[in-house]
Write a protein that binds this ligand. Structure first.
Ligand code: PAZ
Length: 326
């Protein structure tokens, strides 16, 4: 029964979601990255980040978007790297990116100045950074260059739901050989609904045809084959976002029961920057920042990553075998 469900999800993926042309190349890159870092004694985390886009037309003008700035994924990538992980960063094109996320609101031209102001400046060496506009630039640039030199961050982009689903499957298969050294940190906001390619109009939907009625199919739950089939030894964390706090923990527990993975990070839209609950089959740990910590610039992602990397260590130390729960 379970096997039939998994293979039908695989079939649906192949039939109803356009396969990106570069998926095999990306899979090979991810497999090489994972193997290289595991051989160097590092664990590897696959982070998903940002929201998926669901096209309404095949020559797309309109689409449905899922809300996510990508800040959680980008900040978490930095904390995972600080904790010794190598990171595959599967993120929505133009969502927040590790390290550069800190300067997103700054206009680059406002942050640069000429050393001399008498009108003679004209060479690149005449340009300097305004330290007041970019107060942490030296520290962040150092971190960024170290990460680049160490090849610790592999960025992969998606835009649409189809790209996300196929690239996540490819990542899971690419990380299969490193077994329990792999973590999946699925923070992206993924659509639950889509229009199958066969039912999508080719051209722009015309408003002259009157009000638009949409019928959307349910997106296959790929967490199921990911946990059972594609990366059964990996440590898998999903995220659950709700706007109604009263249903949050129940939904998180249900997800754990259904997919049998290791943890759900549960958060409410309005309070997600300062408060989450890490739900496992045995525990519910609330992580919360105090007002003082928020003022000091402490980020909740540091706490989330610390909690999960410790749990990952415990699992690897106590049971390096199959991770799928019964
Ligand atoms: O990307 P962001 O920092 O704006 O928000 C993070 C988040 C709320 C998208 C993430 O924590 C999350 O809950 N992702 C899963 C969303 C879902 O339940 O579909």
């Amino acid at each position: 029964m379970a096997e039939r469900r998994i293979s039908s999800i695989d079939g649906k993926l192949a039939e109803e979601f356009a396969i990106p042309s570069h998926v095999e190349d990306v899979k090979e890159k991810m497999a090489d990255f994972a193997m290289r870092h595991t051989e160097a004694g590092r664990r590897v985390v696959l982070i998903t980040s940002g929201g998926t886009k669901v096209p309404l037309e095949s020559r797309t003008v309109r689409f449905l978007d899922n809300f996510s700035s990508g800040r959680r994924g980008a900040a978490s990538a930095e904390y995972f790297i600080e904790s010794g992980y190598a990171v595959i960063f599967l993120h929505r094109h133009r969502s927040l990116y590790p390290y550069t996320r800190m300067f997103l609101t700054i206009n680059m031209l406002d942050a640069l100045q000429f050393k001399v102001t008498d009108g003679t400046a004209g060479n690149p060496s005449d340009v300097v950074v305004d330290q007041q506009m970019l107060p942490n630039i030296v520290k962040v640039l150092k971190q960024y260059q170290e990460v680049k030199e160490g090849g610790l961050l592999l960025p992969i982009e998606f835009n649409t739901l189809s790209e996300y689903l196929h690239l996540l499957k490819a990542a899971a298969q690419a990380l299969h050989p490193i077994g329990s050294k792999a973590m999946f940190y699925l923070a992206a906001a993924v659509s639950d609904f889509y229009i199958p390619a066969s039912e999508m109009p080719e051209h722009k939907i015309q408003s002259s045809n009157g009000p638009l009625q949409l019928s959307l199919n349910m997106v296959p739950k790929i967490l199921s084959p990911l946990v059972k089939d594609w990366a059964p030894q990996a440590f898998v964390i999903s995220f659950k976002l709700e706007t109604d706090e009263s249903i949050l923990l129940d939904r998180a527990c249900r997800a754990l029961d259904t997919y049998r993975h290791q943890a759900v990070v549960a958060n409410v839209l309005d309070s997600r920057r300062g408060q989450v609950v890490v739900v496992t089959p045995e525990t519910q740990v609330e992580l919360r920042l105090t007002e003082e910590e928020v003022q000091k610039g402490v980020e909740i992602e540091e706490r989330i990553v610390s909690n999960l990397t410790s749990a990952h260590t415990n699992v690897i130390l106590t049971d390096p075998g199959i991770r799928v729960r019964n």
